[in-house]
Design a protein around this ligand. Sequence first.
Ligand code: AMO
Length: 435
Amino acid sequence: MVDHIHRSHFASQLNETLVGQNVSIGGWIEDARDIGKLAFLIIRDITGTVQAIVTGHDNLQLLKSTPRQSIVMISGFVQNSKAKGFPVELKVEVLNVLSRSTHPLPIDPTGRVESAIDKRLDSRALDLRNPKVAAIFSLRSEALQIIKESLHSKRFIEVNTPKIIGSASEGGANLFSFPYFKKKAYLAQSPQLYKEQLTLALDRVFEIGPYFRAENSHTVRHLTEFISVDIEAAFLDYEDIMDIIEEVIRDVALGLNERCSSILQLVTDSKKIVTSIHKSRIDRLTYEQCLEELAREGEKLEFGDDLSDASLRKLGEIHQGFYFIMDWPLKLKPFYIHEREDNSKLSKSFDLQYGYLEIVSGGRRQHDSSKIRARLIEQGLDPANFSEHLKAFDWGMPPHSGCGLGFDRLMMTLTNSQNIRDVVLYPRDTDRIIP
Ligand code: AMO
């Protein structure tokens, strides 16, 4: 019986050693050129393309009525090819059309006719047939794998904390709320409180999961749902976390260069990810040094002012690629951030920037619950709403530090993408909740 599901090979596996063998390939028709007695087909699967030669009245008739992008299973013999880019080709014996596409399609997935990102997102699954688009998501997958390997090698264990929560994790207003049986529940803004609590027993944890933020931001770098790599570690200070995150990002850049050079070529037109991170340590500037640098550029800011996009862009011109900004004013940081012991106006905190784009935020955490209570009140938050969290601090809480890395933003920098939507399969923003 002919099996119409299982293929014998992926497209990229066909080579001269298979000449004369009968193989089957499953994929979609990218191109078809009928020259009368025969037709040339280009069949694509996730690994690449195959040239196929179709002959015979029935097969040619079937092909005539089959639109491009339809799913086919072809089988036949491998033979040497004279075509440019194809050392071998498939002489088709059996052509099965398994699923016909409609014509015309909403977008051209070959990329020959370009569509705006919004139109592409409306037909995202089809958009992914464009090898350049699919490549971004292969890189994403590999980057996640490398991050996990890197953190495991540093004794972190992976955890999963709930995304349906009963009270705010970060404080502030940007929470999505919804009815939950007889209660009100929220979508987690971050795993901040859980990951901190877990250090009292598990020592070093990381979580890769979604953050939900009801932020009314319309930019190329904000989504309402995005993926973060959160890490938290007992008995480490914030500069240790800066070392760790620097190593993780270096591992990702070097790992992608090593493991994915051909995919990188598709995405970035270069076989290597171009970031300064390969060569040297990432610059570490204090917030106050940033103010001085900005003042030299003619931008006068007072201590305590936040750094605007424009200021960060200026700093990004001076410090190409990644750079840290550390020791922010305490009042600019969330309630759980620890003050510097030598100056309580400053915090043990850091952001990792890539130009104007903030990639990571983290710091040493306050582990004295009375100080956390005072900070909550200072920030207009009610400690009673955090009682479930605060009780863990009475069970023996080690000093700890951690950070959250915006994974989608990291992928933007690694793939030279200007819009976060390019590196997220089904982005969620203020306007888009489908598909
Ligand atoms: P923060 O709020 O800075 O820190 O978030 C961590 C990182 O997440 C990314 N990010 C975003 N990415 C896409 N769309 C958004 N709307 C968005 N908002 C933030 C950024 C940012 O650096 N609990 C702390 C982390 C910690 O201290 O461990 C936190 O949530 O890259």
